[in-house]
Design a protein around this ligand. Structure first.
Ligand code: IPE
Ligand code: IPE
Ligand code: MG
Length: 246
């Protein structure tokens, strides 16, 4: 298997890890088995991203809408995330991985928030891969919180409406300091963003792969990075070829 090299490696890859339930069903297993297997994929892809030299890897772990699922499944998903941090934090720290968490931190019950904060705190000075965990994350919710914070400053007279810029909005998002994703991958064949990084995805390359998340592996990840390397990004400008021809 060849790993992508050099400047064609995306600086930031974000992944919508989808299809755990369908993977389980296709194997005659309960949904929870799909989530457990999906956690193994998380380990493999974090290691791959770190080895390849991706700068930022964002994983959509739990959306602000996933609370709509049956309570048993929510408990399962939260339990697995806690287990991941408890079991893997030391190794991630050893591997120089820095953890960031995005999503609404308010009103979280139980020991999930302290664990997420511990993961951020322990790894804050690491200089390798930044692993961004999107937990209780929804892009509209993130934007509402950002707008509320700016509106508060306007109301307090500290900010004028015409001082609001794209950069100022960036600075109020959970992703402050994290570059926009170059590539967003969604597994399982679904072709939608499901409220993931809507602002930050303005110029992201989107890639939808048919494989269920538990079947996704390093080889499929490298294949996605190869496909990304062949894409031409224009950001509203002209392609290099068209510019020369004009
Ligand atoms: C992704 O798999 C896991 C999370 C949403 C946390 P799903 O549970 O959505 O699996 P499908 O889409 O039902 O197959
Ligand atoms: C998106 O997947 C959320 C995560 C991967 C955490 P969903 O399975 O919740 O999305 P929809 O409901 O199919 O759009
Ligand atoms: Mg799904």
């Amino acid at each position: 298997m060849s790993e992508p090299q050099g400047s064609s490696i995306p600086r930031h890859v974000a992944i919508i890890m989808d299809g755990n339930g369908r993977w389980a069903k296709s194997h005659g297993l309960p949904r929870t088995a799909g989530h457990r297997k999906g956690m193994e994929t998380v380990r493999e892809i974090v290691r791959a991203a770190s080895d390849i030299g991706v700068g930022y890897l964002t994983l959509f772990a739990f959306s602000s809408e996933n609370w709509r699922r049956p309570e048993t499944e929510v408990t399962d998903l939260l339990g697995l995330l806690k287990l991941f941090i408890r079991r893997d934090l030391a190794e991630l720290h050893r591997d120089n991985v820095r953890i960031r968490v995005i999503g609404d931190r308010r009103n979280l019950r139980g020991d999930i928030l302290p664990l997420l904060l511990e993961a951020e705190e322990t790894t804050r000075d690491n200089t390798g891969l930044t692993l961004v965990i999107a937990f209780n994350y929804g892009a509209r919710d993130e934007l509402v919180r950002a707008v509320t914070s700016l509106a508060g400053e306007v109301a307090a007279g500290r900010l004028k409406p015409d001082e609001i810029t794209s950069e100022l909005i960036d600075s109020r998002l959970d992703t402050v300091g994290i570059p926009d994703p170059d590539l967003i991958i969604r597994t399982s064949g679904e072709e939608r963003l499901s409220n993931f990084l809507l602002w930050q995805a303005a110029y992201s390359e989107l890639m939808f792969v048919p494989d269920y998340w538990p079947d996704f592996d390093k080889a499929l990840f490298c294949a996605a990075l190869d496909r990304f390397a062949a894409r031409e990004r224009r950001f509203g400008g002209l392609s290099a070829q068209a510019a020369v021809g004009s």
